[in-house]
Write a protein that binds this ligand. Structure first.
Ligand code: SF4
Length: 341
């Protein structure tokens, strides 16, 4: 039997698999998926060795049981995914995640073209910077039909990046190159048509996380925030997710910097690097609830399409990234969780 690999087969997030009716189930609190997240798949897996990732080569489990940002990724045929996506009006965007594999760029271009030709979905690529050697690769992604690019920087500082993704784990990734690709992508796709992924809870202080968000903003890239989740079988399986209060404060700081013209210059931190003053009146922002929703690439309505229901936590909660607008009761809980001085 032919191996089921990309580009003919891709993995979908569990949420996408449910939404496309590959499997039965409903979402906690009736969350609606608006963006299809796809992941390329090869028998050899990803050549990266990132310490926190369920796809890492350094995992102790066999290749069949891999998870990535906390959710299972069932394998489906691309043909079938495209057919099923056509009838789903709730889906605004598709995102193709490259993994670090020699064929990933070429196969990503193929998948982009298929979606461009056969659907009217907007297309993002979560690129693998080690395969993007120059602006020509990004140009090819754009020419194929993607309108946005994401770069999973993940770690907030160069030291953490190096320790968890680079030389510290004999991995291929390099902090400076990632930021070079952010700048290249912004010059090609335009300011804020590029996003960076950052994971809260990899060992950074709150000040360091806010500095990374500000660095992205200054470069023309919004931050899409994730909360660290200890993937079973990964080298960090025994670590803990960040405290909820810390995550809430980072969500609010991200919103203020990316969406509300604030900046780190007006914020204050204590001697441990904890954020103590946001430099603006946060009460209306808490009441609005939007800062605590999933941040990601937008859909045609300008609102976040990549809402990744329960991609970051168990549905039993507490919800870290709200895939819908938080309700009154949620906001009261968020206010307590923020744990402000
Ligand atoms: S925010 Fe979502 S759609 Fe955008 S690059 Fe990241 S994973 Fe893809």
């Amino acid at each position: 039997m032919e191996p089921r690999i990309s580009p003919e087969y891709v993995r979908t997030s569990l949420a996408a698999s449910l939404t496309l009716d590959f499997q039965q189930g409903s979402f906690h609190r009736d969350a609606k998926l608006k963006g299809l997240n796809l992941l390329l798949h090869y028998e050899e897996g990803c050549t990266g060795r990132c310490h926190f990732c369920g796809l890492s080569r350094s995992r102790s489990e066999g290749p069949k049981k891999k998870t990535f940002i906390r959710v299972d990724w069932p394998l489906h045929s691309l043909e079938e995914i495209i057919e099923r996506a056509k009838g789903k009006g709730q889906i605004h965007r598709v995102c193709i995640s490259m993994i670090t594999h020699p064929r990933a760029l070429e196969d990503t271009l193929y998948v982009i073209r298929r979606f461009k030709e056969e659907t009217d979905l907007s297309i993002s690529v979560l690129s693998s910077p080690m395969l993007v050697r120059n602006v020509g690769s990004l140009q090819a992604i754009k020419d194929a039909g993607a309108d946005r690019v994401g770069i999973a920087v993940d770690a907030a500082t160069s030291e953490l990046f190096d320790r968890l993704r680079g030389k510290g784990v004999e991995g291929p990734h390099r902090w400076d190159h990632y930021w070079d690709v952010v700048r290249m992508a912004v010059s090609l796709f335009g300011r804020f048509r590029v996003g960076i992924h950052l994971i809260v809870g990899l060992g950074e202080t709150e000040r360091e996380m806010v500095e990374a968000i500000q660095k992205g903003q200054d470069a023309g890239a919004h931050t899409h925030l994730f909360s660290f989740f200890p993937e079973k079988g990964s080298p960090m399986e025994n670590e803990f997710p960040p405290a909820l209060g810390r995550y809430r404060r980072m969500q609010l700081a991200r919103w203020i910097i990316n969406e509300s013209s604030g900046s780190i210059q007006r914020m204050r931190f204590d001697e441990d690097g904890r954020l103590t003053d946001f430099g603006t009146d946060i009460e209306p922002l808490i009441r609005a609830g939007e800062p605590f929703m999933t941040s990601g690439c937008p859909g045609k309505d300008g609102k976040v399409a990549c809402n990744r229901p329960y991609g970051n936590e168990r549905p039993s909660g507490p919800i870290r990234n709200f895939p819908f607008m938080p309700e009154h009761q949620d906001i009261e809980e968020i206010r307590t969780q923020l744990d402000l001085p």
